[in-house]
Ligand binder design. Structure first.
Ligand SMILES: [Zn+2]
Length: 359
């Protein structure tokens, strides 16, 4: 039994592999980077490579090798190994009760393997109490244990946690390699694979979600069309209408995506994310960024929203790189304000008016 292959992240795999082979593994790792970069997959692979009964026979040049056939490998891949536990947020956070249970169980002897492994996914969602509890475990780690934290941003955690882990950053993946991988793995045309690789920003996990996400593309189309109707229109009332209409549409789309989630359908994270004012701003920022690049260089290859090439070329011809640069910064400021709990209606009104009355 095998996990899906990991795309990119060669440096991280090499570092971890060298420590397993030399017997110098740390008792705790923090694998951090953007969602979709493959961080959870790397964490599971680390648990496998460290837990495989045949790891001493790992062929050279096969980073984080595992046999895939021994009982440990089979159970870890299928998620039923008694000595490998996974903690994920319960609701929106990882609670102290979850870490207390781990604190108690990690001190017990391993059942079937030499190592007790804990994978804490979305570790930056731990409450402060949970983090303090984990800190105690990290301060006096029991023998033969491996704790793997997966997080987006270590700055969301107590600095003492990161400092007690071997911290490894996972970055984005080369677009060309991603397009090639997506073409063969998801049977996409080369053009579609290149488009999705660019749209997903070098994050393979995001590409896989986007490839089958109809709701995301529908809402994205609607956001782009609203923004285009407002740009340079010179009509403040129309801009305010578009702002209200957009927020209303986002609210409905978000409720739909959450409903799907509640009914056990695989809710798309991408559809959920774009259906928020901040997500819509990110989408607009991508649009203005394309206009900036296109008006500056005229190079189609640098465009992200390639499925709208004709519209982008029309819009790019009407403005200057300086204006599109200003809009990109402006919409990113709006996104930051929204993240800091600014009033969504006021922030969106202000943004739309700025686009409508631009010169
Ligand atoms: Zn094995």
């Amino acid at each position: 039994m095998r996990l899906p292959d990991i795309l990119g992240q060669d440096d991280a795999l090499r570092i971890l592999d060298a420590e397993i082979r030399s017997g110098t593994m740390s008792h705790a790792y923090l694998l951090w980077g953007p969602r979709g970069s493959g961080r959870t997959l790397v964490a599971r692979r680390l648990a496998l490579a460290a837990g495989c009964s045949l790891k001493d026979q790992a062929p050279p040049e096969s980073p984080l090798w595992y046999c895939g056939e021994c009982a440990n490998c089979a159970k870890i891949v299928s998620g039923v190994h008694p000595d490998v536990s996974v903690i994920v947020p319960s609701g929106n956070t990882i609670k102290i009760a979850q870490i207390r249970e781990m604190q108690w169980r990690i001190s017990l002897k391993a059942n079937e393997s030499e190592l007790k492994t804990w994978l804490i996914d979305d570790a930056d969602q731990m409450t402060e109490e949970a983090q303090n509890c984990l800190l105690k475990v990290l301060e006096e780690p029991p023998g033969r244990s491996l704790i793997i934290l997966v997080a987006q941003d270590p700055q969301m955690m107590l600095p003492t946690i990161a400092s007690r882990c071997h911290s490894i950053r996972l970055g984005t993946v080369d677009m060309g390699a991603m397009a090639e991988w997506a073409g063969s793995r998801l049977s996409l045309s080369p053009e579609r694979a290149r488009f999705l690789a660019a749209l997903s920003g070098g994050l393979p996990g995001r590409l896989v979600s986007l490839a089958s996400d109809h709701d995301y593309f529908e809402l994205r189309g609607s956001i782009i069309s609203k923004v285009r109707s407002v740009m340079w229109c010179g009509d403040g009332a129309l801009a305010l209408d578009a702002s209200e209409g957009l927020l209303d549409e986002l609210k409905k789309a978000h409720a739909r995506a959450q409903d799907a989630d509640g009914q056990g359908e695989a809710a798309s994270r991408e559809a959920l994310e774009i259906a928020t004012p901040t997500g819509a701003c990110d989408c607009m920022a991508g649009w203005f960024r394309d206009l900036f690049v296109l008006s500056l260089t005229g190079d189609d290859e640098l465009v992200i929203n390639r499925d709208y090439m004709k519209a982008l070329e029309e819009d790019a011809a009407r403005g200057s790189p300086a204006l599109f640069g200003r809009w990109t910064i402006r919409v990113m400021q709006t996104a930051r304000a929204l993240d800091a709990n600014a009033n969504a209606r006021l922030a969106m009104d202000d943004l739309m008016l700025c686009l409508a009355l631009a010169r």
